[in-house]
Design a binder for this molecule. Structure first.
Ligand code: CA
Length: 397
């Protein structure tokens, strides 16, 4: 079998008045970079890469640089091809866009390899520990025209938080970091009161604090029973991570902005986090996720993948989550205590909800791991066309 064609798809959905904000930026649109890899025997694989920035540079890396390492090769060798792509771009890659591009392609190769073998990707990776996984809702961003006015926000925030509990979620992750620490703490207090004591609550700072502010914030919110504090400081600040982690009782999470085994070697190896959050569409795909997972297990660090993207990204993350052992082993695993969970973004995103012919849904706070060959998903071509912003293809000449 050999790779004959690689297609890139930049998909965009403008959000209009439904735009929302994190501590870092506005989200005026949702976008995804998808890749479809074709083979000479008719099997195609889907991948997704790059979650945080514009999709076009990721597409350009695939078209202009990575494609030449892949065309004509056997797609059932994803780990070998990963090294070839990485070594071919090391001098100008290593982190960021090039690794996101490698991630997209790598996921598509695993999809093909699984389809060719008639096995789900989780089995190709060594075997699923679970057929369904607990999901935590990600929501409670800053919303509406008055998003900076926290007093006006509180009633809406309470309604939103309560809606996730009503939907069946037992775990919720919410945003802070855009406002004065005292105002963001009012948000957390409101959310905790809205969801009650039985729903677990996590907080994501999106690296908006320095270490001193993060410690101050963490100590003030400890009283609200917080399961983890995510990205308290910027990803480059390993000393800051350690300082925050040593000064609060709340477990520290992070890693969505970290890349490859080399990035996680330093991030996890230096003791920055209790919970590592590689994103398979960012960290290097499923091949590199396996190596990052081994590295984290060697440090007894729980891995809970970060997820932010279309249904393809979600399917890839579910395959990755399936193969994470409980860390440590226990006869009665508890999500995010010693067992992984899946992040389930609840912000508006038609690329997540409409693109797959069978959208991935949660039921009672759990999501099933796809068990069909490959990633186990099919895309609705009409939806692909509806949100298509840019399409390119590179052929075997
Ligand atoms: Ca995050």
């Amino acid at each position: 079998m050999k790779i004959t064609k690689i297609e890139t798809f930049v998909l965009k959905v403008a959000l209009g008045k439904e735009r929302f904000y994190s501590s870092q930026c506005a989200f005026p649109e949702r976008n995804s970079l998808l890749v479809r890899v074709h083979t000479d025997d008719g099997i195609c694989g889907w991948g997704e890469g790059g979650q945080y920035g514009p999709a076009e540079p990721v597409a350009a890396c695939i078209e202009h640089v990575l494609a030449r390492h892949l065309l004509g090769e056997d797609p059932r060798d994803p780990v070998m091809l990963w090294e070839r792509m990485y070594c071919g771009t090391r001098d100008f890659g290593q982190k960021g866009t090039y690794i996101e591009a490698i991630s997209a392609v790598d996921i598509a190769l695993w999809d093909i390899a699984g389809k060719a073998a008639g096995m789900p990707v989780s089995r190709m990776l060594g075997g699923a520990f679970r057929d369904k996984v607990a999901a935590y809702a990600t929501g409670c961003y800053y919303r509406g025209e008055d998003y900076l006015d926290f007093r006006k926000q509180l009633p809406k925030l309470a309604d939103e938080a309560a809606s996730y509990a009503r939907d069946g979620f037992k775990m919720l992750k919410v945003k802070v970091g855009l406002l004065d620490v005292r105002e963001d703490i009012e948000r957390i207090k409101t959310i905790r009161e809205a969801i009650g004591e039985d729903t677990r609550l996590f907080i994501d700072c999106n690296h908006s604090y320095n270490a001193a502010t993060a410690v101050d914030f963490a100590r003030r919110v400890e009283q609200y029973d917080i399961g983890f504090l995510e990205e308290p400081v910027v990803p480059e600040d390993h000393d800051g991570y350690r300082r925050v982690r040593s000064r609060t009782s709340i477990p520290i999470a992070g890693g969505e902005c970290e890349y490859t085994r080399y990035g996680f070697r330093d991030f996890v190896g230096k003791g920055c986090v209790d919970i590592a959050q590689p994103d398979v569409c960012v960290c290097g795909g499923l091949s590199e996720f396996s190596k990052i997972l081994a590295l984290c297990l060697a440090h007894n660090t729980l891995v809970v993948p970060h997820v932010w993207g279309s249904g393809v990204a979600l399917a890839a993350a579910l395959a990755a989550t399936a193969v994470i052992p409980n860390t440590p082993h226990t006869a009665n695993p508890v999500a995010l205590q010693n067992a992984p969970a899946i992040e389930f973004d609840r912000n508006i995103n038609p690329l997540r909800d409409e693109l797959l012919t069978e959208p991935i849904r949660q039921k009672g706070g759990f999501v099933e791991i796809p068990n069909k060959p490959g990633l186990g998903v099919e895309l609705d071509e009409s939806v692909l066309k509806k949100y298509l912003h840019r399409h390119e293809e590179v052929h075997l000449s």
